[in-house]
Design a protein around this ligand. Sequence first.
Ligand code: SF4
Ligand code: FES
Length: 367
Amino acid sequence: MSILRADLPLAVLAELTHRCPLQCPYCSNPQQLLSARDELSTADWKRVIDQAAELGALQIHFSGGEPMMRRDLDELVGHAHAAGLYSNLITSGVRSGRDRLTALAQSGLDHVQLSFQDTDVQSAERIGNYSGAQDKKIAFAEEVCAAGLPLTINAVVHRQNLARLGEMIELALALGAARLEIAHVQYYGWALRNRGALMPTRAQVEAATRTVDAARRRLNRRLVIDYVVPDYFARRPKACMGGWGRRFMNITPSGNVLPCHAAETLPGITFDSVMDRPLADIWRSSVAFEKYRGTAWMPEPCRSCDRREIDWGGCRCQALAITGRADDADPACELSSNHQMITTLAEAESAETSDAFSYRRYHRPTA
Ligand code: SF4
Ligand code: FES
């Protein structure tokens, strides 16, 4: 398939490390986490940054795990700045300090996204399994604003914190954020393992939508709120990652290049590494990026649907997780013959009585 200028990647998500002080039970990292010795070196990441800029990417998101666990983060941010990329730091905010943030700002960091687990301190620190996190996050947010950097608050919401969504909006305002991203948990990896403890009820989702609508009207121009109805309660799927291989590249700590963070769950696909091929080659012609790019791969009902170039058939990883087949239409879609599966799952799992988490942890591979 030929790649049009418009189909060049908008952004690269650089997962610098899987190391993280927090253990959120909905983490988007794979269940088999990579250790520090598997991570790309500083020189390798710099080469990847140059290749991303040459390819035409405009932004780089430094993520993880916790990207602050990398001592070379300032150097990588500076390199991205010199290459002309807009840089965004996605962080838990618990591994910083004023000096570190000042160094990042001086290196050319453009934006910070800070995650909050809840507004209730006890609940927040239980969700992340990290005592003392909330005070550190609040102090970090103040430092971000003092450094003159724009701040976005990320709030991942689920059954155990949705009751405080209104308070989360107030917290974002109080911290001086310009934007609040309210993201319902997406059920891949660790979140799939914890689905019964996280799935909201339909009543919670409807109340959340009303809260967001009212806040948007009230806070127009003071706080931008991004919010999408969760897939398990939706009638049409979202365009996952803006469409497979259309806007984003996700680079794992060891250098594998993925169309989405969960792509390695898809069976039978080999993902190329930046250690073996230039990024542009991988983007343009790798088997993995070509696999679900465009519309030619689509089955019915997507193939003849007038939304096929709007949502690109939804999410492959979700189709796999629910139906067992990555090539199916996303069951979040009402037109899918599997839609009832997702609706039934949502009802059953939201009625789960156990709130216990299986925390994100390193574990030995099973033989
Ligand atoms: Fe999207 Fe396919 Fe559903 Fe159409 S049938 S709305 S393309 S998922
Ligand atoms: Fe992989 Fe949606 S998360 S395609």
